[in-house]
Structure formats: C-alpha cells, structure tokens
Ligand binder design. Sequence first.
Ligand SMILES: Cc1cc2nc3c(=O)[nH]c(=O)nc-3n(C[C@H](O)[C@H](O)[C@H](O)COP(=O)(O)O)c2cc1C
Length: 380
Amino acid sequence: MTYPAHVRDGLLGHTKRTTDNPVFSDQPFKLGVFSLNCSGGMIMSEAETGFRITWDQQLEIARAADRGGLDALVPVGRWTGFRGDTNFNGVCFETYTWAAGLAQATENIGIFTTTHVPTVHPIVAAKMATTIDHISNGRFGMNLVMGWFTPEMEMFGRKQLEHDKRYEYGQEWLDFAMRLWNEEGDFDFEGAEFFSSKGAHAYPKPIQAPRPALLNAGASPRGQQFSAKNVDINLIALPTEEVPDYVRSIKGTAQNEYDRDIDVWTYALVICRETEAEAKRVQQDIIDKGDWPGANIIMETLGIESQSFGTQIREMQERFIAGWGGPNIVGTPEQVAEQLGEYQEAGMAGAVFGFLDYAKETQEFCDEVLPIMKKNGLRH
Ligand SMILES: Cc1cc2nc3c(=O)[nH]c(=O)nc-3n(C[C@H](O)[C@H](O)[C@H](O)COP(=O)(O)O)c2cc1C
C-alpha cells in the first residue's frame, strides 16, 4: 500500500524504545509520586492538610517532582469514593486526560495513566495512550488495573467478573492494544471471549516501541502471572523480610516462562519531618482522626472480616487509614532515606509514595531527602 505524504506522517512513531522511558533510567532506586489525583491521596483521615484536588496543585506537584528529577507520576484510577466519613478518593481527576495535561506541563518525568481495563475499549485506550506518548515524547506509561471495586464496575452497568476471569479479560485487552500499537495495515482481531474486531488499525504508532511502559499491581497468583507475562514493573507492599523471596519468584516466572525481565516496586506513605518525634506525631494524628467507617468499607469489599482476623483488625484498619495498606516511612530525612535504602537492599527497584500534603512535601522530599539518597548511593 502506498500513502501520500500527509498520510505517511500518520505512520510516525516508534522513534524510541520502551526502555528509553524515564522509569528505566539508570537511577539505582526509582522514585515516583503516587495517588496525587485523588482526594485524600493515600490517607483516609480528617487530619489537617493543604492538599486539594485542583489543577493548580496537580501542576505544582508534578512540576516539583519533574524539576527534582523523580522518575514517575502514578495516579489512581477511581470512579467512586469509599463513602465512610471522608468519602476517601471521591474527588478525583480521570487519569488519561490528567496524564495528557501533565505531559504537556513537564519535561523529563514518566507519566502514567491508571486504566481500568473494563471501562475503556482497547481501540480507544490504545489511541489515547499513543496521543499522550506523542505529547510527552515517549514518557508515557500505563498502570493496568482489572477493577476490583465492585460498586465502581456497577456504575458502568457491568457485571463484575470472577477474580481470575478479570485477568483473562485484561490479557485479551492488552493483546489487542499491542497489535494496534505495532501492526501496519488492517487486521481482524478475534479474542477467545471478549473482543472481536474487523479491519482494525491505529496510526500513528506510539513513540515507544513496542509499547508504552506498563505497570500492574497484581498480588494474587493470577495477578503475579499477568505481571510476569506482560509488564515492566509489579507494584506491591510487603514487609522487607518477605521482599527477597517475592522478587525472586516473580522474576523467575518472568524469565523462565516468558523469557523477559520484570522489576518490583513498593508503594508507601512518606511522613518526613524535621524530627522523628514530629513525624510520629503527624502519623498518630492521621490515625486519631481516621475515617474508620471508610476503612471498614474497603476491608469488607476485600473480604477482610473481623471474625476471621480477630485482634489484627484494628491494626489493619490503621494501615488503610494511613497509607492504603502499605508501609509508612516515617522520620527525619535521614531516616526516610535509610528506610528507602532498606527496600532497595531487599530487592525492590523503586517506590511510589504519597504524602499528607503533596505539593509542600514533594518539594521538601526533593530538597531534603534526595541529597541524602545521593550520598547513600541510591540516586545520582
Ligand atoms: C500501588 C497500587 C496501585 C493500585 N492502583 C489501583 C487503582 O488505581 N485502581 C484500582 O481499582 N485498583 C488499584 N490497585 C489494586 C490492584 O488493581 C489490585 O486489585 C490489587 O493489587 C490486588 O491484586 P490481586 O487481585 O491480583 O491480588 C492498586 C494496587 C496497588 C498495590
């Protein structure tokens, strides 16, 4: 097939490799800001904060992270809040359009969308991803989520699929998107169960070949399998002592079954203050003013019932209130840098994290923690 020049322009793309994405920089330990697009961020509490979901603040956070040299901005894909006392995450920016805006407003940082695969058709998603990849000149990535929060899927009038079936849906979705990003000319797509398309094609191609960088937070056996087969980075929170076995296992699956590599990053809430006592006071205040009904709703949805977990339940509620179930990295800049170093030593390749007051604390992290991480050999 021949194209006139103005149509040939439509073939443009594939001028960089996925491995050129900023998340594959040579930084010894990668860093990203997480959940900045949703009210509360990673905190379900009425603790005092200047954090607001306004575009001005999103720009301020993104530009501070970009100027500071951080590697990634990772939003949360959310369509409804968790009700309770604070309706945690109930006010949030949609993540493709968010990523497009921030791609234009930044220069070096990797920018992700968090895409609920059941809510967007692969042709639409592949085209939006390509567009943001062009806006960002190859800095775009996708966090693929299958849609665990049933009320959210019900908003779309969808019947929630059984857990492992959601990953099968995600696999077909991604297989289709991969062909759109890579094949020239038309093709017919016949998935085993979910997608069927005649004469599919997409131009231009993304900047990154063969695809934008991909993340996934699968933790179940099926989720880990999906990650090992498809994505660059698996996100998970684990106690440091469990990290080495987990990383060995998922890297082993990726290498032995799919002949590819995968990294593992943790997620965390960072509470960094001038003194350890002040940081701990802030952490305690978040818990004291916690949204306990909201935490219960999340735990019930996840099937964590008080009968089965007994006395551990309060501790789990606290972990959801402060940090979405992930670890808290609490202390002085030195202590925060040291704790991040412990994750690296255990085998994590990076971390995405949130703050109580993102705009203020992202800047402080870059000013105060990064220089210590550089001294410690975690950044350069
Ligand atoms: C760092 C991180 C980010 C996540 N972001 C989202 C999100 O934005 N939207 C969402 O519905 N689920 C999100 N999840 C939940 C995952 O999609 C997934 O349901 C969870 O990790 C459990 O996976 P599993 O069912 O394979 O064990 C996130 C999880 C983690 C650890």
